[in-house]
Design a protein around this ligand. Structure first.
Ligand code: HEM
Length: 120
């Protein structure tokens, strides 16, 4: 049974373009992770201001392995570098290109109970 892991990002309005730019130049390594099934960056339109990073995995174990892998670290290299800079006081969350684009994040976990696609 597949598992869905959603990273919920709180992004200030003036950092949305920056966040999307970072994802458009993302490492693209998750595609090669064992058990990876799907990824989408979901931009909020109505009902919430939070961005959702939707990922689907063959199993919880596959997700955990990816999170502990170098691929995960490299996939978050930009975010990590900017967070370190901000921690050292060289940038604020709101500076463009400085500080993490997101001011908060939390992970939601779901099991896929039912699913469907269009009829062939
Ligand atoms: C501390 C929490 C996290 C923050 C603030 C964060 C933010 C980001 C950002 C800004 C990027 C764009 C690349 C970059 O800037 O380096 C990215 C990439 C990505 N994030 Fe996260 N992330 C976090 C944790 C997670 C978690 C737990 C997941 C899984 C649900 C996830 C899924 C992804 C995926 C799939 C990519 C694309 C990586 C690739 O192309 O290989 N992130 N994240």
């Amino acid at each position: 049974m597949s598992v869905v892991k959603i990273n919920v990002l709180t992004v200030p309005a003036d950092m949305r373009a920056e966040l999307e730019r970072r994802f458009s130049s993302r490492a693209g390594m998750v595609e090669s992770a064992d058990g990876f099934e799907w990824f989408e960056l979901l931009r909020p339109v109505e009902g919430t201001e939070q961005y959702l990073v939707y990922t689907r995995w063959r199993s919880e174990e596959d997700f955990q392995k990816w999170q502990q892998s170098q691929a995960f670290q490299r996939g978050h290299a930009q975010a990590a570098a900017q967070a370190a800079q901000a921690a050292q006081g060289h940038g604020q969350g709101h500076g463009h290109g400085q500080g993490p684009a997101a001011t908060g994040s939390e992970v939601w976990t779901f099991e896929v109970a039912e699913s469907a696609g269009p009829k062939a």
